[in-house]
Design a protein around this ligand. Structure first.
Ligand code: CA2
Length: 143
């Protein structure tokens, strides 16, 4: 099984500011965590991060025929991007939405998720562990 993990804008800034919200660990630590979670389950993984909506759409399209599932934290684009929703629907791969924080208990504008409509599950508010939960979900969806 081969998974693609996609992270949206500003997640590369993890650990730099707002540690109370997003934790003290940086983006490199998140990537190491995801790789370890996949390795222990014998899952191949590629991780992609971009601050640009079109680049995220391009990467989702590129996944078609190459991966068995997508784990996506679209960051702020969660709440705005019909383009990312359409790309996920277009490729039709099982996708799981992840957020480090619990977006349902933050500002009202974060309660809206456009991408949710194209995802089989959502894990929000579990920090790094949410990515591992998403990987486990995709494995059990495939079985
Ligand atoms: O909780 C999440 O994972 C989010 O997707 C993170 C996004 C936010 O826009 C979403 O509403 C929820 C923000 C990404 C990280 O932003 C940072 C801001 C300051 C310092 C470090 C990271």
């Amino acid at each position: 099984m081969k998974l693609l993990v996609i992270n949206g804008p500003n997640l590369n800034m993890l650990g730099v500011r707002e540690p109370a919200l997003y934790g003290k660990q940086d983006y490199t630590a998140l990537c190491l965590y995801i790789r370890a979670a996949c390795e222990k389950r014998n899952i191949e993984v590629d991780i992609f991060q971009s601050n640009h909506e079109g680049a995220l759409v391009d990467e989702i399209q590129r996944a078609y025929g190459r991966y068995d599932g997508i784990v996506i934290n679209p960051a702020a684009y969660t709440h705005t991007s019909i383009a990312i929703l359409d790309a996920l629907k277009a490729v039709g791969l099982p996708a799981v939405e992840v957020h480090l924080t619990d977006i349902d208990t933050r500002e009202a504008f974060r309660r809206v998720s456009y991408v949710r409509d194209a995802c089989i599950a959502v894990f929000a508010g579990h920090g790094f562990e949410g990515y591992e939960m998403a990987v486990a979900q995709l494995i059990s969806a495939q079985a």
